[in-house]
Design a binder for this molecule. Structure first.
Ligand code: GLC
Length: 461
């Protein structure tokens, strides 16, 4: 195929990944409507964006003290933390356990027994088994329906988890039962929270202007402090006490934006193809366009199509047609190499070779990097539009935003693209800052456990 013809084909196949500023502004309007729908009493049950109450009504005030255990389950790894909070300082010990694929898809009992086993090993290693019962904060990063801080019913698994008998169940109770079944550990599950809430708490502990948290990792999500008067579905006297706090942290679960067709005008054939091959087709469509679990596969789908059309790799589709083989971390590696460009692409060649792609020209490497850039830029811009929607909605003159997640942390340009686009999309009188929050899930869970203990103490006085 002639070079010019190849270029034309390339542009034609990839053009739908570009979203202009008007497109992003349209997304902001649609997302704001979805937020309102999710918060109103009459429409909440049929909303695409769940807007889940977290029962966290205040950010840490610095008086939190004590020793806590914290768990973080929700991505590829399961983490356990022992946190000591003394005089505004946190000392953290932690361990990471990999959740084997078969455990992710086993029965709920097996999954929670595995978690309890890891906790027991950690506690033994740190000499914590003999102490009195330790309060535990559980960061469980899936959409849950809560009716208080210490109980959370899983609405639906995402991110490759599928353990049976957990959906609709209270995960705090499943954890308590698994710990009791073992009989060798003494923990008190006092709070269950989403990773966004944990990140918000951890960032607010550092900077009390923090009122929003965003995660862009295996999945994506955000939470923010919303005025109670805008949460029509919360009931006075049942969900909140009158006259105490006037806000509640709302876990948006924005990953499912688009599930009611709101993004159909924007989704490409490739997004559809990626979605169809997942374990939950038609669900979490915004998440599937933006998060680590799916970005690599989206790139692969485009590369495969371009190869079939004769634009790449001499038309040899072997290797590139194997589902799931192009990992999201390759996007970062390939783009980093392209940015440092000295005209050679050893890393890109190595990645493609591992996948079984043999016939690779220098121009192919440049095109692969261009596709990676298109797809990661689209993700950053979509997350920017969603974040700008919250900033605009809150209307505070200044707000700090805690951000975490592997895509945000490790992709070479994601954080810059996100920041630049948010500034472009919000009114100039609204100011914000993005704060990188590392390990917020563990520290935040300990903080919420501390707040829960403090509230209980007050209650008993
Ligand atoms: C998924 C989960 C959500 C979590 C996010 C980031 O979207 O549904 O609860 O916050 O991933 O981990």
């Amino acid at each position: 195929m002639l070079l010019e013809k190849k270029k034309q084909k390339f542009d034609e196949i990839t053009k739908d990944f570009l979203i202009d500023t008007d497109g992003l502004r349209k997304i902001m309007v649609l997302l704001e409507q979805a937020f309102d729908k999710g918060l109103a009493m009459e429409t909440a049950s049929s909303a695409s964006v769940l807007m889940l109450p977290t029962y966290v009504q205040s950010i840490p005030d610095g008086t939190e003290q004590g020793e806590f255990l914290a768990l973080d389950l929700g991505g590829t790894n399961f983490r356990i933390f022992f946190v000591k909070i003394i005089n505004r300082e946190m000392k953290v010990k932690s361990t990471t356990c990999c959740v084997p694929n078969d455990v992710m898809k086993a029965t709920g009992e097996e999954l929670f027994d595995y978690i309890a086993k890891c906790i027991a090993e950690f506690m033994k290693e740190h000499g914590l088994t003999k102490s009195k019962s330790l309060p535990l904060g559980f960061t469980f990063s899936f959409a849950c329906k809560q009716d208080g801080l210490a109980s959370a019913r899983l609405i639906a698994w995402t991110k490759g988890f599928k353990a049976s008998g957990v959906e609709n169940e209270d995960v705090a109770e499943l954890l308590r039962s698994a710990c009791q079944r073992r009989g060798d550990i003494n923990v008190d599950v006092v709070a269950v929270l989403n990773d966004t809430t944990a990140t918000l708490m951890a960032s607010a502990f550092e900077r009390n202007s923090c009122q929003i948290a965003v995660i862009v990792g295996t999945g994506t999500n955000a939470c923010y402090m919303e005025k109670l008067e805008k949460c029509g579905k919360l009931r006075k006297g049942i969900d909140f006490e009158e006259g105490t706090f006037d806000e509640m942290c709302i876990n948006t679960e924005w990953g499912s934006f688009g599930d009611h067709g709101e993004l159909d005008w924007l989704r490409t054939d490739f997004d559809q193809q990626v979605d169809e091959a997942t374990i939950n087709p038609g669900h979490q469509l915004f998440l599937k366009m933006t998060s680590g679990m799916y970005l690599g596969e989206t790139v692969r789908a485009v590369l495969e199509r371009l190869t079939r059309e004769g634009v790449l790799f001499g038309g040899q589709t072997e290797g590139i047609s194997k589902h799931g083989l192009f990992l999201t971390k390759y996007i970062s590696e390939i783009e980093s190499e392209f940015i440092e460009n000295d005209g050679t692409f050893p890393k890109t060649l190595q990645i493609l070779k591992v996948m079984g792609v043999e016939e690779v020209s220098q121009l192919d490497c440049i095109r692969v990097a261009t596709i990676c850039t298109l797809i990661s830029t689209r993700a950053a811009h979509l997350i920017a539009a969603a974040t700008a929607t919250i900033i605009k909605r809150m209307g505070k003159p200044f707000v700090s935003i805690g951000v975490d997640g592997s895509v945000y942390r490790f992709h070479p340009t994601f954080s810059r693209l996100l920041d630049e686009k948010i500034s472009e999309l919000i009114d100039k009188n609204l100011k914000y800052e993005l704060l990188l929050s590392i390990d917020g899930s563990g520290r935040g869970a300990a903080l919420v456990a501390a707040v829960a203990m403090r509230m209980n103490k007050k209650f008993h006085c």
